[in-house]
Ligand binder design. Sequence first.
Ligand code: G4P
Length: 557
Amino acid sequence: MSATQQEISRRRTFAIVSHPDAGKTTLTEKLLLYGGALHLAGSVTARKKERATVSDWMELERKRGISVSSTVLNFDYGGYHVNLLDTPGHNDFSEDTYRVLTAVDSVIMVIDGGKGIENQTRKLFEVCRRRKTPVFTFVNKMDRPALDTLALLDEIEGVLSIGAYPMNLPLGSGGDFKGILDRQTGLAHFYERTPGGTFRAPVATHGGLSDPAVKEILSPTLYAALCEEMEMVEHAGVSFCPNDVLAGRTTPVFFGSAANNFGVQLLLDGFLGYSPPPRPRVNAGGGVNANIGVDVRTGDADGAGDNGNISTGNLIDPNSETFSGFVFKIQANMDPRHRDRMAFVRIVSGKFTRGMTATLARTGKPLRLANSSNVFGRERTTVDEAYAGDVIGVMGTDVFRIGDTLSDAAGIVYDEIPSFPPECFAYIHNPSPANYKRFREGLTQLVQEGLVKLYDIPAGHQKISLLGAVGPLQFDLVQYRLESEYNAASRLEQTGWTIVKRIKTAGGEPAAETSLHIPMGAKLAIDKDGHQVLLFPSGWHMSFFTEHNKGVSLADD
Ligand code: G4P
């Protein structure tokens, strides 16, 4: 194994997803402790009172108490190099979350033990399932009254259509929470309340259910219930098969309390033991060089058996010498003192070296990657070398687009980023003509970041700007950022459209507006690539249009 391959094999790149308030931020902080980022985690805890975390870098996030932009945390632990990509935890920011999920190899899903599967968890999980991403589950807040363990496992299996294998079982919950029983070692870990969850040596372990110390700590009722539970999961539960985990068919379930740093190390160790190293990705470009690609019909580059998310086409082996990666996120003005733009690149294969030249597949132009950063919350350090699985921040002007492929070999194009059709639309006006330049510059950059989509609605000699987003909170974010980063005020005007479709004519020519039979309430607009689109208030309006315009078809924009 070459030095590069060794580095790649120890990479573990994942995201933590949860319904808001289940404990994602708290768990992230505790994981940092294990990574030796003590000083950072400490300051995170201290600042937590104001709801600021190391992964929140924008004012708005602090104000709203939600994490709206994603960041990358990394640390070394147990010989692994861990890359943790933070995801926004709010419903409205799902598109950004989805993009982050394309850049990870596995996911930790946090569930509030008292609430079970919540709406946002279900949606996020659906994305993982579609991508066959391995999912590890952490049932948090066991120090509070929790749902029955078997019912919870049942819920995970039923709602998410996946096998749930408890790696440990909780010894009670809430006031009766006594610890967990690790099924791998058969040892019990007794719970001690550690408010603030400061980092300390692992708690003393005891024997299994037959150990008198374990029996003594539990009430007779709890003990009897636990014995029954244990028997049920041993006999009726799914069996543990690492390949099923890698293929996203089984989720290993861990119980604990993030706030008390209890069960977190078992989660981390279990996760690292069974999660995949960087996996091969599909090359949608087709022209793959034989010695960097892996043909899925004959090869399995990650050695993981069923590598899941790919069924046809060429795969790029992460261990190849060829550097390649794709942009999954663009963020402007991360540092308010410098007007800058950073493209976050997930490296898919090979090794990155600062100063290297790579080709931007979309333009075919070579780019020197001289200004590369490792972004840790607000902190930035220069990255000289990085490997498949890592995420680097590349400073750039406006050359990058979300989804762009960078590579030092010809013929590689990744098509990893899904696009989600906007469902909310609002006009955006510039109330101060003197600020037009700043307003336009800001809007253009935020659109390039993928924050919102922008449409022009022709109105006589003028054009009115329309924003489209998956959720309406994005509009607030646009306004806030225009104001704070570009010093440009704006005014929003809500509209009732909920669907946007691109018009496709038989000959590919733009349709003359007069030739179209557009129902009342629908509107013709132009997207940022110059395509004609139609905005509809409802599916009914769209069906009406299709029925009355036979030579025209509609496609997702
Ligand atoms: P999120 O990122 O998923 O939105 O959740 P976050 O970690 O911010 O946690 C949400 C709330 O749940 C926080 O309380 C946090 O302290 C609490 N919490 C997290 N893990 C546990 C746990 O294991 N047990 C218990 N009992 N609570 C937990 P908060 O009141 O909103 O904030 P704070 O004042 O406690 O910081």
